[in-house]
Write a protein that binds this ligand. Structure first.
Ligand SMILES: [Fe+2]
Ligand SMILES: [Fe+2]
Length: 354
């Protein structure tokens, strides 16, 4: 049993995109003036090199949809169809969340470098969201992104939380897209939808977005030391645990791609953790058996909670409260596990070597 209910109409897609749970992508607002005021002098050369890369716009034509796109889509069994649609709706919401946030910061910023950076990233995310939405339209389930922008609830995050969370989601997005692309390179017969062919060049956009947040953090070294280490550890765990739980709620999708969710997530977390060494003063000890067991428990209890929600009634509600408390306690125990110290290299930028 998993958390996904039926997705049969545009209203279902809209409801899923607008949902605000621990596992669904959110829309953010932040203190744009504070981001605008960052002194970029310590990373000026790297920042300008990155802006020059964005200006090249190497993926300008990559997201043009070919005429024969929809002809490649196979008929999917109901469980796979449901999980794949859930994946697409969650992805379009996450991509569009980036677009909304970056364009919001651009609109309010005066620093030309910040304006340019946010404009480039909003451009990329709008393309990504639009491309996924086209795929959803093939199923008659396109999401009205303008309406989503107006109607979805916004969560306020202080700038430093935006840096930690967005840096990690961009880098984990890279790791996920490249891992799926590489898997389907090895097993092309499992490519049940053409969108996966776009993931290789797509993931480079996400990698670059992550680089810009690495630079924004390196320009403000206080964000990477002292008590902020506790926040970094929190965001590492929150982002990793969310992905683990969400992926384990999509067994049919992973089976169709020939991936074991546990192995796949382990690989994605490892890639993301290794990349994050470019900025963060610590990494989580991913190999620790207690860490793995904790993630497994979170996934199992989340599935049980979804099953209880589907059953409904007072019994289901009580079970969910109990499981929620157990999951919170597991999260705290995971947080208390020792992390490993890391000394970020002098060179700020890193290369997509995975
Ligand atoms: Fe994106
Ligand atoms: Fe991105």
């Amino acid at each position: 049993m998993n958390a996904i209910v039926s997705i049969d109409s545009p209203a279902d897609a809209k409801r899923l995109a607008e949902a605000n749970t621990l596992l669904t992508p959110r829309f953010y607002r932040t203190d744009c003036a504070a981001i605008d005021a960052i002194d970029l002098a310590p990373v000026a050369a790297e920042f300008d090199a990155l802006l020059a890369e964005f200006a090249l716009d190497v993926n300008r034509e990559h997201f043009e949809r070919p005429a024969d796109f929809s002809r490649e889509i196979r008929t999917l069994d109901p469980e796979l169809r449901r999980e794949f649609l859930d994946f697409l709706i969650s992805s379009v919401t996450a991509e569009f969340s980036g677009c909304v946030l970056y364009s919001d910061i651009k609109r309010q910023a005066r620093n030309p470098r910040i304006r340019d950076l946010m404009g480039y990233m909003a451009r990329d995310e709008a393309r990504h969201a639009g491309f996924i939405n086209q795929a959803l339209k093939d199923f008659g389930l396109g999401v009205d992104l303008g309406q989503l922008r107006r109607e979805k609830r916004y969560t306020f995050f202080r700038p430093k939380f935006i840096y930690y969370a967005t840096y990690l989601s961009e880098k984990i997005g890279y790791a996920r897209y490249i891992s799926i692309f590489r898997q389907l390179e090895r097993r092309p017969e499992l490519r049940f939808h053409p969108i996966f062919k776009w993931f290789e060049r797509w993931c480079n956009d996400e990698f670059r977005h992550g680089e810009s947040f690495a630079l924004l953090m390196r320009a403000q070294p206080r964000l990477l030391r002292g008590h902020n280490r506790l926040w970094i550890k929190f965001f590492l765990l929150a982002v990793f645990a969310t992905m683990y739980v969400r992926d384990h709620a999509r067994p049919a999708l992973h089976a169709a791609l020939g991936l074991d969710p546990t192995e796949y997530d382990r690989a994605v977390l490892r890639i993301t953790s290794e990349i994050s060494r470019q900025v963060f003063p610590l990494v989580l000890d991913l190999d620790r058996p207690a860490f793995r067991r904790g993630l497994e428990r979170l996934a199992r209890w989340s599935a049980a909670s979804a099953a209880a929600a589907a059953r409904g009634g007072l019994g289901g509600a009580l079970v969910r409260i109990g499981l929620g408390a157990a999951m919170a306690a597991t999260f705290v125990r995971l947080y208390c596990l020792r992390s490993l110290p890391n000394e970020p290299p002098a060179d700020v930028r890193c290369a997509p070597a995975w």
